[in-house]
Design a protein around this ligand. Structure first.
Ligand code: PCA
Length: 213
């Protein structure tokens, strides 16, 4: 089984993005799961193209996109991607769309197809603060999440997909004051837990389907 895990490059004046840093530190293999990684540009115009090309190269069974949500205190597994671009700040191409769709005439929203509740339960059991989130915002992370689920939904690519928002690193939060943070090792461990729960569930579903056919 193969997983594709993506992070984003730095944006909005930050020097690093903990998402690409953590994704770069993932194990290359976990049991029967081979892990491929990529960094996406924080750009409305370029991010989904980069994601699509990584999916075509890897042909993954599981896709987990990871992004920074500064100000959040927990690992947040997103439930829903909405068909909206509404940027509070400029992206890395200087673009700031307001009230635009991700996909013209696309459905209003897509749900994640990773087992988000089981992942959150396992993260908490491992001592990591985690929750299901009902909004991935309307910036580039939501855009990529929507594009991901649109690829799965409309083009019938057989992967399960989802999005994880992570807090600031302690060294970033130290610069701001008053912001919650999470250590890089915990973020890496959290991503690996999400991947192993998702792989186990995907394996179970496939075994059940094989029995029925
Ligand atoms: N976070 C931004 C985009 C890139 C990232 O890491 C977001 O939440 O939309």
């Amino acid at each position: 089984m193969k997983a594709l895990v993506t992070g984003f490059d730095a944006f909005g004046g930050d020097k690093v993005n903990p998402s690409s840093m953590a994704v770069g530190r993932l194990k290359r293999r976990m049991g029967g799961l081979v892990i491929h990684t990529a960094t996406l540009p924080t750009s409305y115009a370029r991010s989904a193209i980069a994601l699509r090309s990584a999916i075509h190269d890897v042909r993954p069974d599981i896709v987990l996109c990871v992004g920074l949500a500064g100000g959040r205190s927990e690992l947040s597994l997103e439930r829903v991607a909405i068909n909206v671009q509404d940027a509070r700040i400029r992206d890395n191409d200087g673009k700031q769309p307001i009230d635009r769709p991700v996909v013209r005439d696309g459905p209003a929203a897509y749900f994640a197809t990773l087992p988000i509740k089981a992942c959150v339960a396992e993260l908490r059991k491992a001592g990591l603060p985690a929750a299901v989130s009902n909004s991935a915002g309307t910036f580039v992370c939501n855009h990529v999440f929507y594009a991901l689920m649109d690829m799965a939904g409309r083009h019938d690519l057989a992967f399960r997909g989802g999005f994880l928002h992570i807090p600031y690193l302690p060294e970033q939060a130290a610069g701001f004051g008053g912001e919650p943070s999470m250590a890089a090792d915990d973020i890496v461990r959290g991503i690996e837990i999400v991947l192993s729960v998702s792989a186990a569930r995907t394996r179970d579903v496939r075994t059940a389907e094989a029995r029925l056919s």
